[in-house]
Structures are given as C-alpha cells and as structure tokens.
Design a protein around this ligand. Structure first.
Ligand code: NJP
Length: 239
C-alpha cells in the first residue's frame, strides 16, 4: 500500500514545465514540501505560487543542472529550509530528433551534459542527504534508455547511461536504506524537443500528469519496497 507523502521534502529538477511541473502540482496536492529546480526563474516562481495556492510549502532554486556546484548548494539550501530531504527526482532533460550527422557538437554536448553528466553528479550530491533520511532517488530516464531508435543517438546514449546508473545505485544504496528507481516514459505531451503541451493526441502521447502520477506512486512506496525500473507507454506508440 502506498504511504502518505504529506510533510515529505522532495526536490524536483525540470520543474518549470512538462513532467516536472505536473509532478510539482501533484505533490503539492499531497502536501509535500517542494524544492523546485530549473533555469527559468519566472516559470519556477509561477510553479511555487501554484504550489502555495494549493497549501504546500515550496522553494524555487533557479539554476542550470549542468552546474554541479550550484546544484549541490541548492540541495544544501533545501535541507536548510526544510530540515531534511526525503527524495530527489532528477527529471530535467532535453533532446533533439534528427540524423546524427546534423547534430552540432554543442547540441551533442548539451544532451550528454543535461541527461547524463548532470544526473550522475546530481545523484552524487544527493547521497549525503538521502543517506541521512533513508530517502529515495528517482531518475526520469526514457524508454529509449532500454532500446535504440534512429535520429536520437546522443540522447539514446545518455538515457542508456542514466538507466545504467540507476540500476547500479539501486543495488548499492539499498545498504544505506535509499530506494533508487528509474522511470522510463514513452512519448509524452510536453515541451520536449521544441513541442508544446496539448499538441499531441493522447492515443500516442502520454499526458505528463500520468508520468507525474507514476513518480508520485514510486515515492509513496513503503521503505521496505523499491520499484527499481518502471516503463510507461501510451497504448498507440510503437515500442
Ligand atoms: O520536457 P520539457 P519533459 N538545467 O521540455 C528543464 C524525459 N522524457 O517534461 O531550465 C535545469 O517539457 C526545463 O527547465 P528550464 C526527458 O528526457 C520525455 O518531457 O526552465 N533544468 C524543463 O523544466 C526529461 O528527462 C519524453 O528550461 C533544465 C524540463 O527540464 C524528462 O522526461 C519522452 C535544463 C524539460 O521540460 C522531462 O522532460 C521520454 C538545465 N540545463 C523521456 N535543461 C517526452 N516528452 O516525449 C532542461 O522518453 N531543463
């Protein structure tokens, strides 16, 4: 049986829009205390107002997740404000869809840095906080972290890496009482890849609230349960 999340302290990256924003909404409704991370200050401020209007406490931590020192400082700030951190959801990500030879070197670096390096360093910075709380780490990866598709080579590579990290940490951190999960969503109706939320049909694109509900369910598992990997697809997607 899932437990109540009320009063838990959860850090969510990529909380300014898309899946992370829906997760912030969902957790605020569950009375979670939120630390919200993304680059866009105005969107984060709006997410905090939204959470507060729902009766939750929320802190905006505007930063670029590829700045590992800034992310570590933000975790410290969240722990200072709320007294502890119970869970960290590493959700920030970005991707492009085009033939590999058309990717610029900067696009390749951005995709590897945000989807993989920032996740590895983010998990590393989260460890002392989660070891103290015997908390949870959730990595929002992708279904292409387990299978390859064309035209997304660097993204596929980064997400395979993120899934690999989650699997390694799930086995290693259980000795510290930390549950580690990877969520592997299929196509989701967000701003990902230059899209706009609301522009895709639900038959082949998940609503971001569905992915948010999945993450919230993982977070609410009792301490002796760990769901190490969970894939969720829209029925109409080829997979
Ligand atoms: O995408 P989107 P999703 N530093 O674009 C943030 C995975 N996924 O919600 O910084 C800090 O609506 C950005 O904030 P901002 C995907 O790989 C998706 O779909 O203000 N934050 C925004 O809040 C990713 O891991 C699909 O621009 C940074 C958020 O990330 C996760 O789902 C399929 C940042 C992106 O919101 C959420 O993506 C799949 C940085 N450097 C996996 N860069 C899908 N949508 O189809 C970005 O398999 N962000």
């Amino acid at each position: 049986m899932p437990e109540s999340l009320a009063g838990r302290v959860v850090v969510v990256t990529g909380a300014s829009r898309g899946i992370g924003r829906h997760l912030a909404r969902r957790l605020a409704a569950d009375d979670v205390r939120l630390a919200l991370v993304a680059r866009s200050e105005s969107d984060l401020a709006e997410a905090v107002r939204e959470a507060e209007a729902a009766g939750a406490e929320a802190l905006a931590l505007p930063l670029d997740v590829t700045d590992r020192a800034a992310f570590a400082r933000a975790l410290d700030a969240a722990a200072q404000r709320f007294g502890r951190i119970d869970a960290v959801v590493l959700n920030a990500g970005l991707g492009y869809y085009k033939p590999f030879h058309e990717w610029t070197p900067d696009e390749i670096d951005d995709v590897l840095n945000v989807n993989l390096r920032a996740v590895v360093h983010g998990a590393h910075a989260a460890f002392p906080h989660l070891a103290t709380s015997r908390g949870r780490l959730v990595i929002v990866a992708s279904d292409v972290g387990r299978r390859a598709i064309p035209n997304m080579g660097p993204y596929v590579a980064a997400k395979h890496g993120a899934v690999g990290l989650a699997g390694s940490l799930a086995r290693e951190w259980k000795t510290h009482g930390i549950g580690v999960s990877a969520v592997l969503p299929g196509i989701t109706d967000t701003y990902f890849g230059g899209g706009t939320e609301g522009s895709r049909d639900e038959s082949w694109a998940l609503r971001p609230s569905v992915v948010a509900d999945t993450v919230a369910w993982l977070l609410a598992q009792p301490p002796h349960v760990v769901v190490d990997e969970l894939t969720v697809h829209p029925m109409g997607q080829e997979f």
